[in-house]
Design a binder for this molecule. Sequence first.
Ligand SMILES: [Zn+2]
Length: 600
Amino acid sequence: MTEYFEVHERDGAARIGELRLAESLTTPSLVERADRRSADGASGGRRETAVLADAGSLWPAERDVPEGDESKLTVLPHRAFPGGTADEVMESFAVDYPEVDYPNAVVVAPETADDYGADGYVLSGAQEFVGHGAGFRDAVVETRSAIPADSALLLPGVATPRNVATLVYAGVDLVDADRAVVAGTQGIYLTTEGRHYLDSLDELPCACPACRQSVSEFDREDCVEHNVNALRAELAVVRERVRAGRLRDYVEGQARHDQWLTAAFREFDQQWTYVEQRTPVVRDAELAATTEDSLRRVEIQRFADRVTSRYRNRFSNPLVLVPCSAKKPYSESQSHGQYHDAIQFRGHKVSMTSPIGVVPQELELTYPAQHYDSAVTGRWSAEEKEFVARVLRRYLERNDYPRVIAHVPDEGYRDVCERVEAALDLDFEYTVEDHPTTTESLANLSSALSDELKYGKRERQHNTVRAIADYQFGERAGDDLFESITMQSRYPKLRVHDDDGEQLAAMVPQYGVLSLTLAGARRWVDSDAPTKRVEIDAFAPHGSVLAPGVVDADEDVRVGDEVVVEGPKAFAVGRASMTGPEMSESTRGIAVSVRHVEEK
Ligand SMILES: [Zn+2]
């Protein structure tokens, strides 16, 4: 039961939370020992975070259960173990944590982490694994998976301005300033890119209050103050990134300043289940794909996977492969306008792109196809070519076309096409001379399609909503849900109705996904497509379902998923605000944002 911590927003494993003390603290945050406050001569900013009360270790002495109160996070009497301690030893010295009614945290090791009913969990031994990519990943993943989703994870003694973004990215909610303070007393000046000995600095690369003086007057006491300020400022940057859903972009750059940090987030990329479960399926944040590591992001891999395992082409026209455009959605770019004029609904347009792979025209608005931004040079690295070729190959293995027209430039695109063509023993027709938008190239494209029939608006619209349904709900969902439909309104605000005129779904242009009505949700429940369900207590939700009202939720529900909510008193449909496991475990927070409800 977590009473004093609540998660408000999620960005992968990182979250914006609230430590609900007498004065609430927004996390990820610094927390400092309340009893050290005066000794450090804390400034105004530091008082807010001086909220930690440590009841102490049980090794030197038995200790009473502390009084505790709502102004502090009290760490209950504990026994920490050095790394490598045998399991039997940890077990026989395990602490029997008392139940208390004030904000509290307990000390755990990865091996002893469990649900102790605490609001926070202090991970011991952090100094031993912070600095090692795989060890850090194992410790955080093991601990985070064993403690309740709506509890705060505190890593003591390790945070620096440079590493804290990666710590938060991994799922850490609270850090202390111990390491920054110690570094300061040793004359080590910390920045987000590194550490500098005071006597090696020609100037102070910071504008915080402690640094508003000349470097010659700057002493170790100032250095402590600066280090803590720098840590605090970096945490604010990180919180803003999490709120914007853009921490990953930041970490890909920030972690470059230290090898172990780069190793650490790459280790997390290998930990697919942990990261995938925590990554929203849709959002309207931009995704900056600026490094090769972007290829391994959940959003990118998930899109490529769904396009090649769920999506199915329903057009009978030839495939026309074209390069992506910098402007999104592609259709609004000048080059795609020109391709469109040449194709004239006689071909099925699929865009090739790094880092997403291939984007069928029906999914151009679907997250992250219209949300990513990358350096569009066409000069792809070997790894990018390999990735796009793999996706295109899987796509063509699954979808049959009468002809494949590759309207692509040289460099990466042509390379990838030729590779896939050879691998699948297909014959692509190439229509580009020099550049895809030259008059000659466009005329080639148009004449290659001269004998093909146009598909109509109705076919285009029906195929679009069915393709999105496949992508969103699962293979063949488009046919299962929307076998017989009529359409209203115009792309991209398509509205799907049944033959009697009742609305089933609407396309949401910002994310390129469907939102269902109650009638649509009933069709979903009755269809063969896998349904995502949330079971609730006997009440009719209005606006939202809070976590305590959830009886059970499917494990595979992700943030942003369409979900059916059902209980003895209500049938509803909405969008998940937390993952399925979080809904079942959490005692606070919005689980589902409900769109439509019918009382039973
Ligand atoms: Zn400073």
